[in-house]
Design a protein around this ligand. Structure first.
Ligand code: PLP
Length: 389
């Protein structure tokens, strides 16, 4: 199987696996214990925190380890709302956010009478502008959420401009950098946001490790109580092997980011070039505009994403719809819908996301298989057989 779904998850890097093995063997103590085994584990935990703070240029921000980016996004959103007690609270959330932001914001607005929500839609290019966010702000606005790059289209959002607006208006900004980290620079200080979230398994680290960076002074409450771990912001014994794996994967991702971006861009050019040469009709979703290298979301007229994904799977290639799957059924993408794309384009969309391990030969084979599959499916359409349209 050739894996072309790196925006969903990535294989574990050897360096991350080695760091996990070392932490399991040598730093197995409880970081909260006062004895030597605990102190060794504590040192390893703080070393991982320092590494991550350094690669993210976090300054004096607080770095809270979580079990996933979904948890980190929940912590920023719900934690902010909880810290405001019953003060009227307006959340301004982009309509293209990952479900862990969007669904959480909707849940808060639906269950708490003092919480209101505005979802800000992007243009047809998939970009949410500073002006669109500015137009949504109200005196009670208490948090803006705009992701760094979208997981379905790869479109990079104007975070610095929105951070400037947020600062001017005194409103904290949550930036989900899950997809961008390791592909484009993610510098907490330069981005200027108040909260930033990451997930280790998206950059060749392990599952079970995410993080929330929070600007010092940003007010948010814990969601899990019962221990003083993570400065009282997330009770529970830390998953040190996964955290050590995340730190090693992050160091590697940052060290290789420029080389990896070039590699991914080359694979992307090769893939689209091959489709063009084959005369394959397709529409790129999200372009033109700044996009993550190696993430391609395209629609084929008249074809269904289910047929394309299953057909590619049978041919030995893992691709996806980009949108969430529940019980094996692909849901229509809320991102492409928010971009105002027509229904046929939403239902005919698939995502290829290349990774550091992919080779030119693999991409060549994938493009060939995709074109063959598309012509087979197009040939089977009723209109192609001369049937009633
Ligand atoms: N945010 C974005 C943009 C994502 O793509 C994902 C995962 O797909 C998440 C958050 C959630 O990450 P995790 O799997 O760590 O919960």
């Amino acid at each position: 199987m050739i894996y072309l779904d790196h925006a969903a998850t990535t294989p574990l890097a050897t360096q991350a696996a080695d760091a996990m093995a070392r932490a399991s063997a040598l730093a197995w103590g409880n970081p909260s214990s006062v004895h030597a085994a605990g102190r060794t584990a504590r040192a390893a935990l703080e070393q991982a925190r320092a590494t991550l703070a350094s690669v993210l240029n976090a300054g004096d921000a607080r770095l809270v380890f979580t079990a996933s980016a979904s948890e980190a996004n929940n912590l920023a959103l719900k934690g902010t709302v909880l810290a405001r007690r019953s003060t009227p609270t307006h959340l301004v959330v982009s309509a293209i956010e990952h479900e862990s932001v969007l669904t959480t914001a909707r849940y808060l607005a639906a269950t708490l009478p003092h919480v209101m929500l505005t979802e800000v839609t992007p243009g047809t290019d998939g970009i949410v502008t500073r002006d669109a966010i500015a137009a949504a702000l109200r005196p009670e606005s208490a948090l803006i959420a705009l992701m760094h790059a979208n997981n379905e289209t790869g479109m990079i959002q104007p975070i610095e401009a929105v951070a400037e607006l947020a600062r001017e208006r005194g409103i904290p900004l949550l930036c989900d950098a899950v997809q961008s980290f390791g592909k484009i620079p993610v510098d907490f200080t330069e981005l200027g946001c108040d909260f930033l979230t990451l997930s280790a398994h998206k950059f060749h680290g392990p599952r079970g490790a995410g993080l929330l960076l929070a600007r010092r002074g940003a007010a948010f409450d814990a969601l899990v109580h019962g221990g003083l771990q993570e400065g009282g912001l997330r009770a529970g014994t830390e998953n040190l092997p996964a955290i050590a794996g995340m730190a090693a994967a992050a160091e590697l991702a940052v060290a290789q980011a420029a080389i990896e971006a070039r590699h991914l861009m080359q694979l992307e050019r090769q893939f689209l070039g091959q489709l063009d040469v084959a005369g394959q009709a397709y529409l790129l979703n999200g372009a033109p505009g700044p996009r993550l290298p190696g993430v391609i979301n395209l629609s084929l007229p008249d074809l269904s994403q289910d047929d394309l994904i299953i057909g590619m799977d049978v041919a030995g290639f893992a691709i996806s719809a980009g949108s969430a799957c529940s019980s094996g059924v692909v849901e229509p993408s809320h991102v492409l819908e928010a971009m105002g794309l027509p229904d046929w384009r939403v239902r005919g969309s698939v995502r290829f996301s290349f990774g550091r391990g992919n080779t030119q030969d693999e991409i060549e084979a994938a493009a060939r298989a995709f074109c063959e599959l598309a012509s087979r499916l197009e040939g089977a359409l009723p209109s192609a057989a001369g049937g009633a349209g």
